[in-house]
Ligand binder design. Structure first.
Ligand code: URA
Length: 245
């Protein structure tokens, strides 16, 4: 990362204040005065400001495999929450990025970085989220085109166009008149019960839902439900964050 960003991430000042401090010769990297804010700094470099060593307070970014049965809330007296899966000291710092229903499984991000939440969640960003669903009923032949056209799901505005892929329709049991439809639905909004309501408009009822990706990031299938891990630098970059290296 650039030296000026490193200083401002350490809480020294705004980027332009830090640029000035660097120009004034107040910053040393590995004991050498550096006057160029664009110089790249890695974790291994020792940075000093006014002869005091700096410690970079890094933000936290986690990928969590949400199990069904817990809610996306920070605290609840009766129900298990997503944050109950994290140690107390850590959970105090974290925000949940977006919401999944209590019975939905899959990929969820947690962070202490408000800008990251904004980047992924603000309506103008249209970050794609893909869900695997199983639903009772037989999807109609024009299901993909209905989803692609943007459908009325009972809100003021129709849902934005989505993508329905990998559809399979099977009989529930041998000779039963009931059908199970499965598939992947990709949407770029995050309305309340959105996937369930879209599938319902296609005359099917979702009974299993799992989010498998957000943007280009896939749920790490080595994570069991209830487990989490830090997002890698590469994953953060794929989500549009600046490199921390
Ligand atoms: N759509 C839903 O219906 N539920 C979720 O949890 C996420 C998207």
């Amino acid at each position: 990362m650039r030296l000026e960003k490193y200083l401002s991430d350490c809480g020294i000042g705004t980027r332009s204040q830090c640029k000035n401090y660097i120009r004034q010769g107040l910053v040393r990297v590995n004991d050498e005065v550096i006057k160029n804010g664009a110089v790249q700094i890695s974790r291994k470099d020792a940075v000093q400001f006014r002869d005091e060593p700096l410690v970079l307070m890094e933000n936290l970014y986690y990928m969590f495999h949400k199990p069904a049965g817990c809610i996306c809330a920070t605290k609840d007296d009766r129900q298990k929450t997503v944050l109950d899966y994290f140690p107390k000291e850590l959970s105090k710092r974290l925000f949940i990025v977006g919401r999944l229903d209590k019975d939905t499984e899959g990929l969820l991000f947690l962070t202490d970085d408000g800008a990251f939440v904004h980047r992924l969640m603000s309506p103008g960003k249209h970050v794609e989220k893909t869900y695997y669903f199983k639903a009772l009923g037989k999807l109609p032949e024009n299901a993909c085109s209905m989803i692609a056209a943007g459908m009325d799901i009972g809100d003021e505005k129709p849902a934005k166009p989505g993508k329905l892929e990998n559809i399979r329709i099977e009989e529930k049991d041998l000779d039963s008149a009931e059908w199970i439809s499965t598939g992947h639905l990709t949407i770029c909004e995050g309305r309340y019960h959105q996937v369930k309501r879209m599938i319902k408009r296609l005359e099917c009822e979702v009974f299993y839902l799992k989010r498998i990706s957000i943007g280009k990031i896939m749920l790490d299938e080595t994570l069991q439900p209830g487990e989490y891990r830090a997002l890698t630098d590469e994953e953060l970059q794929m989500l549009g964050m600046e490199s921390r290296k």
